[in-house]
Structures are given as C-alpha cells and as structure tokens.
Design a protein around this ligand. Sequence first.
Ligand code: GLP
Length: 240
Amino acid sequence: MEIRIFKSEVEASRFVCKRLIETLDESRSVNLGLATGGTYVSTYERLVDAYQRGEVTFNHVRTFNLDEYLDLSPDHPQTYRNFMQRHLFAHVDIPAQNIHFPPTDEHADYSAYDSLIEAKGGIDLQLLGIGANGHIAFNEPGTPFDSRTHRIKLDETTRRANQRFFKRFEDVPHYAVTMGVATILDARSILLSAFGEEKAEAVRAMIKDTPDPQTPATALQKHPDVTIVLDEAAAQKVRA
Ligand code: GLP
C-alpha cells in the first residue's frame, strides 16, 4: 500500500485528478471503476474542469460504477446513476453506451456484472471510498473476501451516514447492489480516498489491522497496487 497524506481535501483531490488524467492519457481504451459519495465530488469537479480546458477526453473510456441503491425509483436524484450524471457524465464526452452500473432488476443475475467487466478486459483503475464502518463500495462488515457482485442489506450505520443526502432517515434505502470484495480486488490498480476525522478509525484499521471480513477494507492489504489518499484528519491515527 502506498499512503499519500495531503494537508487538505483540496490538495488530495488535485492529486487524484492528476492520477486519473494520467490513466486516461493512453491511446488504448481505459476501463475505470468509479465511486460515488461525498468524497469524490471535488475530484469529479476538477476532472470536468480539466475536460473543459481540453486536457482530457473520455471518448475511449468505459466506466463501471461500484454500487447502486435498489429501493429508489430511477428518477430519484440520489440514485448513484443520477449522482454520476450530475457530477461527471453529463459534462464530458463519454459515450453513453460505455457507462455501466450493476444490474438493479429484482430478479437480476448480479454476477453478470462480473462477467461483463471481465469480458471488457477488467478494470484498469478502481476508485474507492471507505465507510466509517470500514465498508468498501457497499460491502458491509462481514462480507466475505471472495464475494462477487451481490445484493446487500445496508447497515443502520451506513444508512445514518448517508442520511445527509436524503430529506428524512426513512427515505434512505435499505438495499443495494454492490461489486463484491473479490470483484474490487480484480482491478489492476486501486485508489482509495478518505477525508475527515470521521474516517480516521476505519483508515487505521484498513492499514494496520490483520485482514478480516469484519473490516472489508482490510482486504486491500492483499492487493499489489493500492494507493491510499488521505487528508490530515483522516490520517491522524495512521501517523500516531
Ligand atoms: C457510500 C458508498 C461507498 C462510499 C462510502 C463513503 O455509502 N456506497 O461507495 O465510498 O459510502 O461515502 P462518502 O464518500 O460519502 O463518505
């Protein structure tokens, strides 16, 4: 694991944006794994700015989002598809058919998402956030490390953490579909960003604890190419 600590979220997001631009600056097509959540809002904003300045194109990019809520109507502003549309896709030249999300139909074969990713050549760079409970994507504590894309019931702590995106707690979905831990570990490179002191304990556990499915992020210790991007608040228990 390479750990990069920045003075602020702004500087950290600048680093992540630069890494993305470098990854996209290749003649061959690139498969990006994308994350939603508050953590990546400023990175995507910078990326859109870079696109508008002509510094990057998405016309050779395929995207695979990590997860999606299951009990939200497709026109709800907080679906992850709508989040991505608002913060990135609507503003850049990515071909619509290159945008992928895990299947959300009730009777879907969720593992088809793993097959699709594999058929398209695998993910080159996977972006990740981390939940305060140590989840990655929506792999909640206890999810096996060999899990593939699957349906999951969200922890109450996760629903509370995401309440800020909804009017009322009752409106926060209970179910989601998520890439599994093994799906994530298949990516060639992984970059996890975490900002703010509420992530400090999960970040410490991810880096320092013995890998254990009770803290899904500890699975990243098993991957050969992981960069952890932190601001000082999120890094406070790593430095100690
Ligand atoms: C959310 C998402 C994750 C995200 C994490 C942190 O619930 N499902 O993919 O990385 O939890 O979110 P945030 O960036 O808003 O803190």
